[in-house]
Write a protein that binds this ligand. Structure first.
Ligand code: ADP
Ligand code: TPW
Ligand code: MG
Length: 563
């Protein structure tokens, strides 16, 4: 009797199937042993594969895709060095609370574990543990389904973060009967389950807020991630409370909203008596909630999905441990009409302070010096973006970032992406690619010349995939500022003087533009957005304009012995 040959599959196909069954449609990475065929199989299976020049940028693309979509972004790398390059991005994702999975191929277990010197030998799972939310390895082909499902759950549940998944070459190359393989796949159900606040915590928070004389709502990137935009806006507008957006929460409400206290930041932090933190940590970016930036008597409400965040820097009188979508819905449902209303006196004081600060800023913002400084160049970019609120903005650098945060207005949620919690330089290319891929919208990068240098080769990736990314390099010849002309050897902060970064993109068929005046910069950015073509604008900025360490000079230890 003839028997039919048993249909078989292999580890490579099973990984692709496991990703697909979980709705993963995009993978970012760099191929090589043992994942070259994995990328091929993935692509043949209809998953988009974006090949990068360096794993760190691939990882950054995956991380920001996770932030924008609430689905873990997937980065794929080879063993040891490729894995380590990607690990920086995984750690950055974890620090910023973005869901991401780093999948790396690895060498022969029995050789690695006895340190017998395999090709690209490394105990990657152990190395990842300190930098990731979770770190797993699949040791048998029939566990691929479990491995992918666990990684997705771990990345998304509670506070999102980066997860490492180790796939040994031997597992990828194994074969398994097709029927058994299909049964081994798992579709992760509700990987980001709602976390409902207790009724008591909602009442406690509303009571505290109703007693406040000078309340403030502080929105962080957790609020942006939560995609509760409508309810957040409704809550802010119903209560009339001034709000302050952290940089990546800009656009949750449009920056020109009358209740925005962004232009009176120091004033509200110092004077608010009750502050409601929504998806924002009291870390260094908020001076740990401590005086002199903050009022020592401020009372806090904190809405956060991570219970262990509560009381980390200041006592939190009214913690609301929940996901922000559920929490906002609960606040709106529980709030009695008129129960929480910011007083006219407080709102008036904030508005008055805002006007004063805006007037003070106006002279600097309206000046048109040659060469351009940060303010005049950013004004040009802002004007170009004014009619295109749909454009994603990626901001990286020191002075370029600090000025950019204040000058660039955002109108849409989750459209500003920047160096984030670590102030990590070099996220710009990866974030721009991830944002362009998941949104199909134009992206404008505003990066310092140093920040661009960390990842600049990805300009080739942008050209190869024909992505609508316009990169503006704020070129001040250095880290923070440039050297005096003809300084040699260069100082530690100096970079190549008057470099023409615009020439780089021409090597890959993109559009390069060099500008020295703000009007030309505005036109070049508008043209870049309108054309949809990969564009790189080299904007010459006064090399003396920047401040060392940007707005955080106080954190930099200075020697009194160095001249
Ligand atoms: P920012 O830098 O904008 O101040 P942080 O990254 O410091 O923001 O804080 C983000 C916070 O948001 C983290 O404490 C994280 O646990 C929390 N968070 C992330 N996603 C959610 C969510 N869906 N619901 C509630 N809290 C969230
Ligand atoms: C991964 C240290 C902070 S800011 C900066 C560096 C190197 C560059 C600032 O120069 P840039 O901006 O980008 O030209 P500008 O406008 O002020 O001239 N490595 C990493 N992250 C950080 N933060 C550093 C080094 C740093
Ligand atoms: Mg610079």
């Amino acid at each position: 009797m003839d028997s039919q040959p048993t249909a078989m599959t292999d580890g490579l196909h099973l990984v692709a199937d496991a990703l697909k069954i979980n709705g993963i449609d995009t993978v970012y990475g760099v191929i090589g042993i043992p994942v070259t065929d994995l990328a091929r199989v993935i692509q043949e299976d209809g998953i988009r594969f974006y090949g990068f020049r360096h794993e760190q940028s691939a990882g950054n693309a995956a991380a920001i895709a996770g932030f924008l979509t609430q689905k873990p972004g997937i980065c794929m790398t080879v063993s040891a060095p490729g894995f380590l390059n990607g690990l920086v991005a995984l750690a950055n994702a974890t620090t910023n609370c973005f869901p991401m999975v780093l999948i790396s191929g690895s060498s022969e277990r029995h050789i690695v574990d006895l340190e017998q010197g395999d090709f690209e030998e490394m105990d990657q799972m152990a190395a990842a543990k300190s930098f990731a939310k979770a770190s797993y390895r699949v040791n048998r082909i029939e566990d691929i389904g479990v491995g992918i499902a666990r990684a997705i759950h771990a990345a998304c549940a509670g506070r999102p973060g980066g997860v490492y998944l180790d796939l040994p070459a031997a597992v990828l190359g194994s074969v398994l009967e097709l029927g058994v393989a299909k049964k081994s796949l798992i579709k992760a159900v509700e990987p980001s389950p709602a976390s409902i606040p207790s009724a008591e915590s909602v009442t406690r928070a509303l009571n505290l807020l109703s007693k406040a004389e000078k309340p403030l709502i502080l929105l962080g990137k957790g609020a942006a991630y939560a995609q509760a935009d409508k309810d957040i806006r409704a809550f802010v507008e119903k209560t009339g409370i001034p709000y302050l957006p952290m940089s990546m929460a800009k656009g949750l409400l449009p920056d020109d909203h009358p209740q925005s206290a962004a232009a009176a930041r120091s004033f509200v932090l110092k004077n608010a008596d009750v502050v409601m933190l929504v998806g924002a940590r009291l870390n260094w970016l908020l001076s740990h909630g401590k005086p002199p930036t903050w009022n020592p008597d401020t009372r806090f409400i904190q809405v956060d999905i991570a219970a262990h965040e509560i009381d980390s820097n200041r006592p939190i009188e009214a913690p609301v441990v929940a996901d922000i979508k559920s929490a906002m819905a609960a606040f709106l449902a529980a709030m009695k009409p008129g129960q929480v209303k910011a007083s006219a006196a407080w709102v008036g004081a904030v508005t008055e302070q805002k006007q004063k600060n805006v007037e003070k800023m106006a002279a600097r913002l309206n000046a048109d010096p040659t060469p351009m400084n940060f303010s005049s160049a950013l004004r040009a970019v802002r004007n170009a973006l004014a009619s295109r609120p749909d454009v994603y903005v990626v901001n990286d650098g020191a002075n370029t970032l600090d000025f950019g945060r204040n000058i660039l207005d955002m109108k849409e949620p989750r459209h500003r992406l920047d160096s984030g919690t670590w102030g990590a330089m070099g996220i710009n290319m990866g974030y721009s690619i991830g944002a362009a891929v998941v949104s199909n919208k134009p992206v404008v990068v505003i990066a310092g010349d140093s920040a661009f240098g960390f990842c600049g080769m990805e300009i080739e990736t942008i050209c190869r995939y024909k992505l609508p990314v316009t990169t503006v390099i704020f070129n001040n010849n250095g880290i923070y500022r440039g050297d005096k002309p003809d300084t040699f050897p260069p100082t530690p902060t100096g970079l190549y003087q008057n470099a023409r970064y615009d020439k780089m993109i021409e090597a890959f068929g993109g559009v390069g533009v060099h500008v020295e005046r703000s009007a030309d910069l505005q036109k070049a950015v508008s043209d870049g957005i309108a054309s949809g073509k990969p564009t790189l604008i080299n904007a010459a900025i006064d090399p003396t304009a920047g401040t060392e360490s940007g707005h955080i000079t106080n954190l930099n230890p200075k020697s009194t012995l160095v001249s």
